[in-house]
Design a binder for this molecule. Structure first.
Ligand code: MLT
Length: 264
């Protein structure tokens, strides 16, 4: 489905019934990242998975930035007449969730922060992003996907689940160059969300895979320590795309989190 948000059509899927749960993918993913949740959580939540601009079926229409992505997500909620939702973001999706919290906190019922970190890019990370932009322009997003795959899934998945590795690679390689470049520039420019953490006063679940090579579990532990009343779950045998690598375990902790929300 497509929601017209300001200047562009934002693609989304809307399945299930219950607490609205808006699912925001990472880089360079699209909304199909959340297929295991859209299938496994439909009895517990209304799962709305969104394609950020430049990914999946949402046009790569500038401007790009965490604030713009967050406004697009809230725009989809507006079109669906959803006042408040739990916002779940994986990795870059978590950066978008922080922006949504800063800009639209009255619309945020809770947060699920998966495989993400609050800090801005250090100079070395900015250099890597510049190199990746060049790679995308010179050799396309297949090369970007190949470069990212060793960190994108954990050791256990690489050894035991080649189909998952291939599916994730295919998703990453299907991204457009414009969308990838836009997102890399947006991530380079993103603010430090560390001061945001202590302002979060909605129920928050922090999830990480213990084999995540892109964002270490220590980031999840540190966020959990600062976000008041948050719950932390570290899922064994999963890497960065924890929701895809261990879908049943991920859905289980999300279900428990959702069950703990008070009715409204
Ligand atoms: C992601 O998965 O969204 C990215 O790895 C995040 C990042 O590069 O900072």
């Amino acid at each position: 489905m497509i929601a017209l948000v300001d200047d562009i059509g934002v693609a989304y899927d809307d399945a299930g019934a219950g607490v609205p749960l808006v699912l925001v993918h990472g880089f360079p993913h699209n909304r199909t990242l959340w297929a295991p949740q859209a299938q496994g959580l439909v009895d517990r939540a209304r799962c709305i998975a969104v394609d950020l601009r430049g990914f999946g079926e949402t046009a790569a229409s500038p401007p790009f930035g965490m604030d713009r992505y967050a406004d697009d997500v809230i725009g989809v909620m507006d079109r669906l007449r959803i006042q408040r939702a739990v916002i779940a973001g994986l990795s870059m999706g978590g950066y978008v969730a922080f922006a949504a919290w800063r800009r639209h906190r009255d619309r945020v019922r809770g947060l699920i922060l998966a495989s993400t970190r609050p800090g801005a890019d250090a100079p070395a990370a900015i250099e890597k992003r510049r190199a990746m932009i060049q790679l995308a322009k010179d050799r396309g997003t297949g090369a970007v996907a190949d470069g990212m795959m060793p960190g994108m899934v954990g050791k256990t998945t690489r050894e035991k689940n080649p189909d998952v590795v291939e599916a994730v690679r295919t998703m990453c390689a299907s991204a457009s160059v414009a969308g990838v470049v836009g997102a890399l520039e947006a991530m380079m420019a993103r603010p430090d969300s560390t001061p945001t953490l202590s302002t979060i006063d909605v129920p928050t679940l922090v999830v990480a895979g213990d084999e995540d090579a892109l964002i270490p579990v220590s980031e999840a532990r540190a966020m959990h320590e600062v976000i008041r009343g948050s719950r932390l779950d570290v899922i064994a045998g999963a890497g960065h795309v924890v929701n895809v690598e261990r879908p049943a375990a991920f859905n289980h902790v999300v279900s428990e989190y959702l069950a703990g929300l008070t009715l409204e």
